[in-house]
Write a protein that binds this ligand. Structure first.
Ligand SMILES: Nc1ncnc2c1ncn2[C@@H]1O[C@H](COP(=O)(O)OP(=O)(O)OP(=O)(O)O)[C@@H](O)[C@H]1O
Ligand SMILES: [Mg+2]
Length: 415
């Protein structure tokens, strides 16, 4: 039985990857800060470690006296640590240098420019008092975000001069490790960059021994808080733009030196062509790979990711079996507050396009909006499938609008 080490804490969204590891009959060890309450079903060995400190984590593994066949993470903040573990134990993994670049939005932009891939104007901010000079160079509208955060935490748009003081104040108040340990990484470092307009997409790639396999493009819809509202796979997009996006992603992954890992690249299609938003050195979350890609094309990126870490062939896992569409729509109440009731019309369950609905938050639980909290706006999600992605996208939107209603205790509301 092969032994695999998962690095990073586990939460409900990740159950799908553990299930896949069990289907592959792997011995699963999990190394992280927390043990999930439901873990015993999937986890054979739990190794408690402070993953914010890589030397601590390596020491624990050294003392463990257990040989792993592979190490993997599905968790952005542990991408660098996972590479370090792979290098330390001579296991397949992404080169540490590439992992460091992908965990740092500033280093990623530098590499894109160095390799003359179309980029956007950007500037590193290490002192908020220098923001005004960055604005002079880059102009409005612009985005300021931490260089190493994820899950859309701490993303602020600056539309004009009048926003500057307010944004600075919000950053000082909310982007602190006390509020979220995520902000420990490259603490106090932000990237200020031009705001790019155009449809946003994400691109899944599985890289093994230098071969970059671009698996597919997913369309992404975000809200005013830059949080994802819907993903649809495969993205409804014309062949020419599909080709341009795939070529850009391939060039960027090559420039970064990413290898033996799965990547999730976010990209906007602007009037001037595709422009990178960020490159993540791990598989995309938000049910794209656990649900949408398998439903739409029968491709199993979760399995391929595990196989890469074990140096096994990924050919079957990444080959499409059919060509349909699937979409996930997040259920987001119109404002913050406490959930009073969830109402789901039974008609929903009769629809053949309906796949599943899940409540992340129950009655009595709170919904918080940025900047008071990040990634806490979702009450749940709904997945739909159909013969094409366009149809599945429409189904997911309609099903949430028509059949799902959330009432809140505070003010008037529904979804
Ligand atoms: N320069 C930009 N121009 C326009 N939109 C941007 C820009 N930078 C970020 N965004 C928007 O904000 C979202 C979040 O930004 P980004 O992906 O860099 O942060 P993240 O916290 O790493 O995200 P994730 O949720 O993928 O972990 C992007 O998906 C995009 O919609
Ligand atoms: Mg992102």
């Amino acid at each position: 039985m092969k032994k695999i080490l998962f690095v990073g804490s586990m939460y409900d969204q990740k159950i799908g990857v553990l299930k896949e590891a069990k289907k592959m009959r792997l011995f699963v060890a999990l190394m992280g800060n927390d043990y999930p309450s439901w873990g015993s079903k999937y986890i054979d060995l739990y190794i408690k470690s402070n993953n914010y400190d890589s030397s601590d984590a390596l020491e624990i593994l050294d003392n463990l006296n257990l040989k792993f066949d592979g190490v993997v993470t599905f968790w952005d903040r542990d991408v660098e640590l996972t590479s370090k573990i792979a290098e330390h134990f001579d296991l397949p993994g992404c080169p540490v240098k590439a992992a460091t670049i992908m965990r740092n939005k500033y280093l990623t932009r530098k590499v894109i420019s160095k390799y003359k891939i179309p980029n956007i104007p950007y500037k590193l901010i290490t002192d908020l008092s220098t923001l005004n000079s960055a604005i002079k160079k880059i102009g409005y509208p612009a985005i300021i975000k931490p260089v190493s955060a994820s899950s859309s935490k701490g993303i602020f748009k600056i539309n004009s001069e009048k926003d500057i003081d307010e944004v600075k104040e919000k950053i000082i108040k909310t982007i602190t490790p006390e509020k979220d340990k995520m902000f420990l990484y490259n603490k106090g470092k932000f990237i200020f960059e031009q705001f790019i307009t155009g449809q946003e997409y994400s691109v899944e790639s599985v890289i093994q021994n230098g071969n970059i396999n671009i698996i597919g493009i997913t369309e992404k819809i975000t809200n005013n808080q830059f949080e994802e509202v819907q993903h649809t796979h495969p993205a409804p997009i014309d062949k020419n733009n599909e080709k341009r996006i795939k070529e850009t992603v391939k060039k960027v992954l090559k420039a970064i030196g990413a290898d033996n890992c799965t990547t999730h690249t976010e990209i906007k299609l602007t009037k001037e062509g595709p422009r990178i938003v960020e490159v993540n050195g791990r598989m995309g979350g938000d049910y794209i790979n656990t649900d949408l890609v398998p439903l739409a094309r029968g491709i199993n990126i979760v399995r391929a990711t595990l196989q890469v870490s074990l140096n096994e062939s990924i050919r079957d896992a990444i080959s499409p079996k059919f060509n349909k569409g699937a979409s996930v729509r997040f259920i987001i109440p119109s404002h913050a507050g406490t959930i009073k009731s969830w109402k789901i019309d039974k008609e929903l369950f009769k629809k053949k396009e309906f796949v599943k609905i899940h409540k992340d938050k129950k009655v009595g639980e709170k919904i918080l909006f940025p900047p008071n909290a990040f990634h806490d706006t979702r009450a749940g999600y709904l997945i739909a499938k159909n013969s094409t992605a366009e149809k599945a996208k429409k189904n997911a939107q309609e099903f949430v609008d028509k059949y799902v209603r959330i009432d809140m205790y505070d003010k008037k509301s529904n979804c």
